[in-house]
Write a protein that binds this ligand. Structure first.
Ligand SMILES: Nc1nc2c(ncn2[C@@H]2O[C@H](COP(=O)(O)OP(=O)(O)OP(=O)(O)O)[C@@H](O)[C@H]2O)c(=O)[nH]1
Ligand SMILES: [Mg+2]
Length: 413
């Protein structure tokens, strides 16, 4: 295992912020097999354009590297190409930043062709301006570090022109995959099945919630992958779910967020995330055992940055079966457990409430010779009750405002 020294900067962040950020950085490092053994916090007012931290800190880091036998230094904020190059030169060990680390985890986790290409694109876009620093780092390490690994363990190309060529090739291939996806989405829009997106911090329980909802609604036998690790899900999965006697909706699982998500990644995952923008409803999933609200805030910020802040939301707090779950984040939050199924039915009702909040249950009488109207109501609305009476078919159905106008002739109060 590589031994790492973490470096954070507390210019604006509070002391608690920087500590929880470094804790998370240690977890991220752990996900790629690096052990964080020590951290150093810079408390200066400004960040050095040349070396991120000040002169004195560079010396402090150098002594720590020798004293603790450090293999790699990880900075909590994105390093500019110049900072990376200078620090590489001064510290004489491998230097990476949080962005690079997150992309490395994505590279390990990516499975579908699309996710592999997306991560590859993000990594290469990130590397292009930083080739000089990285090349120095690799030559020192004999090219043996995980730094040189891309998706599928292929060696990342360090030649600038080749890299540019590869980037445009990846873009072309992604374009093709995305076209196919767009067709599927169009189909969905034509059918006007509402879309509900699961969004939230990594490890919050989104995939587990998708499985709970699928179990509750469809006797689902094909669960999606859920695991206690960072970025378990990289590929958007969707399922068509339906409550008995109610219309269907599409539920999509998405990539988890993390604070300081590299913008290269957000850009690469644009298509995946654009499913969120067109959603009719977002389930903002948050780990109910999380002691502070900063992760919900981070999620909201990412939603804003991808232009999805106008979509209606329901806040869902998971893991209520655990002892340290708290219950006071927000009065409107729905508190669920994916382990015991607690409140999953409440959530289902809330989802339908949001999707059909302007719909009303109406009573209708359709004369027997209006068979065409009867079948059109059956196909386009949710019929709750049917009975055959002397004057025709009596129905109780859930109608949207538009449908209520369309069928008003047959409605009885
Ligand atoms: N006890 C308990 N554990 C849960 C609950 N929901 C999820 N978990 C666990 O939390 C971990 C993460 O769950 P996932 O569903 O994979 O989380 P995710 O939000 O999809 O995470 P990413 O895909 O990494 O973004 C797993 O180990 C789950 O078993 C819950 O309600 N109760
Ligand atoms: Mg997941």
């Amino acid at each position: 295992m590589d031994k790492a020294l973490l470096v954070g900067c507390a210019t604006e962040a509070t002391e608690t912020d920087i500590r929880s950020s470094l804790d998370e950085l240690a977890h991220l490092a752990d996900a790629v097999g690096i052990t964080a053994v020590e951290h150093i916090i810079q408390r200066a007012k400004t960040i050095s354009a040349a070396t991120y931290v000040g002169r004195g800190k560079v010396d402090e880091i150098k002594s720590a590297i020798t004293a603790l036998d450090i293999d790699i230094v990880i900075f909590d904020d994105p390093l500019s190409p110049a900072q990376l190059k200078n620090l590489e030169g001064l510290l004489d060990v491998q230097v990476i930043d949080r962005s690079f680390l997150i992309m490395s985890i994505f590279a390990i986790r990516a499975q579908t062709a699309e996710a592999v290409l997306e991560v590859d694109l993000a990594q290469k876009t990130y590397m292009l301006p930083r080739l000089v620093g990285m090349r120095a780092s690799l030559s020192r390490q004999g090219g043996g570090s995980y730094n040189a690994k891309g998706p599928g363990e292929t060696k990342l190309e360090l030649d600038r022109r080749k890299l540019q060529k590869e980037i445009s090739l990846i873009k072309q291939r992604l374009e093709k995959i995305r076209k196919d996806k767009a067709t599927a989405r169009k189909q969905r829009e034509r059918n006007r099945i509402p879309v509900v997106a699961l969004v939230g911090y990594t490890n919050a329980g989104k995939s587990s919630l998708m499985n709970s909802l699928a179990r509750a609604l469809t006797h689902d036998s094909d669960p999606v992958f859920e695991k206690d690790m960072l970025f378990a899900t990289l590929d958007t999965k969707s399922k068509k779910l339906q409550k008995d006697n109610m219309p269907p909706f599409i539920l999509i699982d998405t990539v988890g967020f993390v604070s300081k998500l590299p913008h290269e990644l957000v850009r690469s995952f644009e298509t995946t995330l654009s499913d969120v923008i067109i959603a009719d409803l977002i389930l903002l999933v948050s780990d109910g055992t999380d002691p502070d609200n900063s992760r919900i805030e981070t999620t909201k910020e990412v939603l804003k940055s991808i232009g999805a802040d106008k979509v209606e939301r329901i806040l869902v707090l998971t893991k209520q079966d655990l002892r340290d779950a708290h219950r006071h984040v927000d009065d409107d939050a729905i508190l669920v457990s994916n382990k015991t199924g607690e409140n999953i039915d409440t959530l289902v009702n809330a989802i339908y409430g949001h999707l059909y909040k302007d719909s009303r249950i109406q009573s209708l009488v359709i004369p027997f010779d209006d068979g065409a109207i009867y079948s059109s109501i059956k196909d386009t609305t949710t019929v709750l009750e049917t009975s055959y009476e002397a004057d025709g078919i009596h129905l109780r159905a859930v109608l949207t405002p538009e449908q209520a106008i369309l069928y008003r002739k047959w409605m009885i109060s």
